[in-house]
Write a protein that binds this ligand. Structure first.
Ligand code: ADP
Ligand code: NI
Length: 218
């Protein structure tokens, strides 16, 4: 790993941390930091470009459209502009642009338009942060941020078929487990990602079990 690699990653980390100051706690700098660590952990066992892994993880949520009035261009543009200033290779910048455009769960409803092993690893790391103990914490935080109910037995979970419907969803937070979180285990790309997801998935099932028992007064 060259000094240049560490310098670029370090400066990118500072840039992202500053940009995400005050972000909703489920999508803040600490989410990015966890995704980077998990991505590096998965990538250690694969033959990949580590610079793309680290920069892609750091920049994947640089301007999430759901916090920017639905604008899907601002994230890739912010990342590319920054990386150009840092004199990063054009091929690396293009790769990261593609990762940011394609990584999101909501885009998994559309036909895949880009894929690479680096993107699959970062996507696994991002999805792992959406499940397990941390996933539960993030989900309730985001539900609170949106003003959702925790649970409402009269409102059933929806099986979303399109990105547009998914984005409009405004059910209780517990429904989000069925609408997204419990589906992620079977969407993992890498062997290591699948292994970690299995454990975190089981933890969520146990959590839901306990939740319903307590709801009934037991
Ligand atoms: P992505 O960032 O991959 O497009 P989302 O933005 O849909 O995925 O979700 C990221 C995280 O935000 C989820 O894992 C969850 O913790 C939280 N979240 C998203 N939508 C909801 C929702 N309707 N209710 C509660 N939490 C949500
Ligand atoms: Ni993310």
């Amino acid at each position: 790993m060259s000094l240049k690699h560490n310098q670029i990653v370090g400066k990118t980390g500072c840039f992202v941390k500053e940009k995400l100051r005050g972000a909703e706690a489920g999508h803040d700098w600490w989410h990015i930091d966890r995704v980077r660590r998990t991505a590096v952990n998965i990538a250690k066992e694969e033959d990949v470009d580590m610079l793309v892994i680290e920069l892609g993880a750091l920049l994947h949520d640089i301007a999430d459209p759901k916090f920017h009035g639905g604008d899907e261009e601002i994230g890739p543009k912010t990342a590319s502009d920054f990386l150009k200033l840092m004199d990063v290779d054009r091929t690396v910048i293009e790769h990261i642009d593609n990762i940011i455009r394609n990584i999101s769960f909501k885009n998994s409803f559309d036909k895949k338009s880009f894929s690479s092993l680096e993107m699959e690893i970062i996507q696994d790391a991002d999805r792992l942060d959406a499940i397990g103990a941390i996933g539960i914490a993030r989900t309730f935080n985001y539900g609170g941020f949106k003003g959702s109910e925790i649970y409402n037995p009269d409102i059933e979970a929806i099986e979303f078929k399109s990105k547009e419907d998914y984005k409009k969803s405004n059910g209780p937070t517990i429904n989000h487990f069925y609408e997204k979180l419990l589906l992620l285990k079977d969407k993992m790309n890498t062997k290591k990602g699948k292994e970690i997801a299995k454990k975190r998935h089981k933890y969520m099932l146990d959590y839901l079990d306990q939740f319903y028992q307590e709801w009934e007064g037991n």
